[in-house]
Write a protein that binds this ligand. Sequence first.
Ligand SMILES: Cc1cc2nc3c(=O)[nH]c(=O)nc-3n(C[C@H](O)[C@H](O)[C@H](O)COP(=O)(O)OP(=O)(O)OC[C@H]3O[C@@H](n4cnc5c(N)ncnc54)[C@H](O)[C@@H]3O)c2cc1C
Length: 429
Amino acid sequence: MIVERTGRNGRRALVVGAGVAGLAAATSLDRAGWDVVVCERADARRTGGYFVRLAPEGLAAAGRLGVAEALRTRLPADGVITGVDARGRTVSRVEASLADDPAALALVRGDLEAALWAARPEHVAVRFATVPRRIDMARNAADVVLDGPDGVTRERFDLVVGADGVRSAVRSMVFGPEERFRREFDHVVVSAVLPRLPGGLREGDYVVPADVGRTAHLMAVEAHAPVVFFTFRAELAGDIERVATDPVGTLRAVYGDFAGLMPEILDGVEEAGATHVDTVAQIRLGSWRRGRVVLVGDAAWCPTLYSGQGSALALVGGESLGTHLAAHPDDPEAGLAAWEGAHRPAALAASSAARRSRHFFLPGNRVVAALRAGALRLATWSPAGKLLHAVASRAAGPGGPGTSPDRRDVHPTATSGSRSPRHPALHRP
Ligand SMILES: Cc1cc2nc3c(=O)[nH]c(=O)nc-3n(C[C@H](O)[C@H](O)[C@H](O)COP(=O)(O)OP(=O)(O)OC[C@H]3O[C@@H](n4cnc5c(N)ncnc54)[C@H](O)[C@@H]3O)c2cc1C
């Protein structure tokens, strides 16, 4: 049986996923007069997560959504990013102000989601522990089988927004199997929130242990437990399936020879557990919409963490969805087409930037590692760093200042995109 309920303006939208893109889309659709239901796979709202650099465009979208005031950067703008080698020796010290746009914010993912959650309009209904099992396209609508704590329902929506992340179920059900759209970088990412600061560090410190094919980024963010993420070449994991089932054992195998802070970091990960485990991959689709189903955020265009743009794109994409639909009140398809046309250039630019900077972020061989180390040593000497930064920013093209060599090391990257999903089973949100 199809449950049909009429929205405030006769239009009903389902948003799948209560992440950054989903919550932003829910608010903007509500503002545009849609009756919004959000379904989220998790039992409750997620907190913490991992470090997220919010690009200025994302902050502007947060402002339009009324949540910018709630966002406070968690790393000092005048801090220093310390590069260390596998033996624990300091090899570079780059001023954070050289390494990133001062207008970007250093957050944890939970900061964004908490702010969006607190500001969500009262009419938005959220169903936790609920997932779509089937989506059937109908004329000017989609029928969705929803599976939640109260059982299974089949409901009609005038719009379905797939904001369910890089492993999107909506995409698989409506657009096709994941392997058609996923471009593996052959890198693994594991993140964790540490139970305490490793010895000798203070709040505000940002340390990057790195070696050929292996890096870690430890951020002693303020007023929050320290966050760390590791990226390493997938081949170093040996059995790739093991990363999901035994992330700590894998990290010990891959980083076990690192000295300095690493043993303490690994103990912390073992104690607290990993918050995110997956391979690094981009999503590329020719179109993000089909009938009344549209994808937004990582589900549509995941540029990878290396772009440093994913959360900003999710915010901008979600926030502008309602605006474009409101501009075409009698023709949602035209609104969706206008939205996609407006948003695609920024998503493509972010994906290109991530591909361009992959070797710098995670050097695959000793030559690239030496070049990277040389650039960072140069940047360590502040006047040279400023010069390098200025030259690289000009050369960065549409990827903008976030892709200059010294900035790339701060967070954004990966390897050439292969078409096949070599690691389909590996995923722990
Ligand atoms: C370690 C790491 C570091 C990163 N660093 C940065 C950074 O510095 N800057 C930056 O801009 N970006 C960064 N990113 C990327 C950024 O986090 C993502 O681009 C952004 O979170 C995408 O948001 P989203 O809402 O599209 O997807 P997600 O955040 O993945 O949210 C998807 C939501 O959908 C839910 N869901 C999934 N499947 C279902 C289902 N079947 N049914 C219902 N709900 C479902 C999930 O539980 C989740 O709540 C990083 C990512 C990682 C992993």
